[in-house]
Structures are given as C-alpha cells and as structure tokens.
Design a protein around this ligand. Structure first.
Ligand code: ATP
Ligand code: PRP
Length: 210
C-alpha cells in the first residue's frame, strides 16, 4: 500500500485529478470533505488530506510515503525528502513586494513581513542586507499599508491581491510549482511502486503541457 498525502486547499483537487489520470483513483473522493482518508485497495493506494504546510512533515517522518507539496514549503522548511517530479500545477512566484513609490534607504534596517522567514532571510543574507523579519500568518499585504513593515515577501499568482492593495512586485525571488515528494526510506523499500507512480505522473504532466 502506498500512502499519499495530498494538500487541502488550492492545489488539492488538481493534485488528486493528476493522480486519478495517472491511474490511482479513489472512487469515494469527489471533493475533499470531512472524511480525511480514502483507500483504493485494488490500486494499492491510501490518500490523506492534510494542511498544505503539513504534507512535507508527514512524508519526512514516513507517515506518508509520497505527497504533493508546493516548492515554497520545501524551500522554507527544507524537509529531508526526495523531490521526484515537478507536477507543473500550482504555479506562482515568491516575490519581494512593496508600495509603488517605495524608496529603500540602505542605511536603515529593512522591515520585512512574511509567512516565509527562512526564504526571506536567506535572500537578504546573500545580499548582506540588515533586516528585521516580522513573521505573519496571512493577509501579508496589509503590513506595509499600516507601517508594520517596509516591504513583504509573499506569493504572487495573478497579482490581484497586490493591485487591490496598491502594491507591486519589486523583485522575484523564485518560481514555484507543486512537487511530487517521497520519503527516503519508502523510496528504498517501495521503489518499484513509487517509481511506477512517478513515471505515470510524469507522463500525465508532459501530456498536459503539450
Ligand atoms: N495564490 C496563491 N497563494 C498561495 N499559494 C499558492 C497560490 N497559488 C499557488 N499556490 C501554491 O499552493 C499551495 C497551497 O496554498 P493554499 O493557499 O491552499 O494553502 P495555505 O493557505 O498557504 O496553507 P495553510 O492552510 O497551511 O496556511 C502553496 O504552498 C503554493 O505552493
Ligand atoms: O496574486 P494572487 O492571485 O492575488 O495570489 C496571491 C495571494 O494569495 C495568497 O494569499 P491567500 O489567499 O492564501 O490568503 P492569506 O492572506 O491567508 O495567506 C498569497 O499570500 C497572496 O496574498
């Protein structure tokens, strides 16, 4: 049995559809609901729906063999897992954003609000910039408007949230998409099944792009 952790939320249904196309359906799953685990005995898979930021924890600790996780989470928490495939869904960008007329004073500590302190910290560390990171859990775009921070480091997809709040992208840090990840021990002991799943997913991903 292969245990698969899927993220609830934005990329949840898309991830499941890909797995379904790859030949791993669970008849009971229509949309994520209050039941959080689903088994398809015939195909030998068990799905779990968990918080997007928890997928990597389940996989790293072996509670799930494989999972679908955004590259933002992987770069932020750096879990000890294998990244087997870029699934090409959940595309967005990690960016530095600020007010349109933002002027950076290099003499002053730069205040940065973000959900991603590790990504933001590393980015500015490389530039040798003196920074103060303010960790928030959501509605990051409000921080510069209220003077809590000078800028933000956050995910940008359509850019609508930035526009609606009078902000813009100042710099792009990294492109993001969902990845198929795998527990290191499972990759050794369930190698045949997991490799087969990766290959079938890869085929579906390529088909989707062409
Ligand atoms: N506009 C977007 N905003 C945030 N994440 C996005 C966006 N577009 C794609 N993603 C991807 O979708 C993943 C899941 O995002 P989602 O918004 O469902 O969860 P979340 O609200 O960030 O998680 P949590 O509930 O744990 O706070 C992200 O990790 C990212 O890789
Ligand atoms: O470019 P866009 O398409 O507007 O998407 C980007 C927005 O979506 C995410 O927030 P989310 O909706 O997850 O809410 P949050 O404020 O609770 O993080 C992200 O943090 C941005 O605020």
């Amino acid at each position: 049995m292969i245990n698969i952790a899927l993220p609830k939320g934005r990329i949840g249904s898309k991830s499941y559809r890909l797995l379904e196309q790859a030949g791993y359906p669970c008849p009971e799953i229509l949309e994520p609901n209050r039941k959080l685990t689903f088994v398809n005995e015939e195909k030998g898979v068990r799905y779990f729906w968990v918080k997007p930021s928890d997928v990597a924890i389940y996989v790293e600790r072996g509670a799930a063999d494989v999972g679908v996780c955004g590259a933002d989470i992987l770069r932020e928490y750096e879990p000890d897992v294998y990244e087997l495939l870029d699934l090409g869904i959940g595309r967005c960008r990690m960016c530095v954003c600020g007010e349109k007329d933002f002027f950076e004073n290099p003499e002053k500590t730069l205040k940065i609000a973000t959900k991603f302190p590790n990504i933001a910290g590393k980015y500015y560390e490389e530039a040798g910039r003196d920074i103060d990171i303010i960790k928030l859990n959501g509605s990051i775009e409000i921080a510069p408007l209220l003077g809590l921070s000078d800028i933000i480091v956050d995910i940008v997809e359509t850019g609508n949230t930035l526009r609606e709040n009078g902000l813009e992208v100042l710099e792009e840090i990294l492109p993001i998409s969902a990845r198929f990840i795998c527990n290191k021990v499972s990759f050794q002991f369930k190698n045949k099944e997991i490799t087969q799943m990766r290959d079938k997913l890869s085929y579906c991903t390529v088909q989707k792009m062409s």
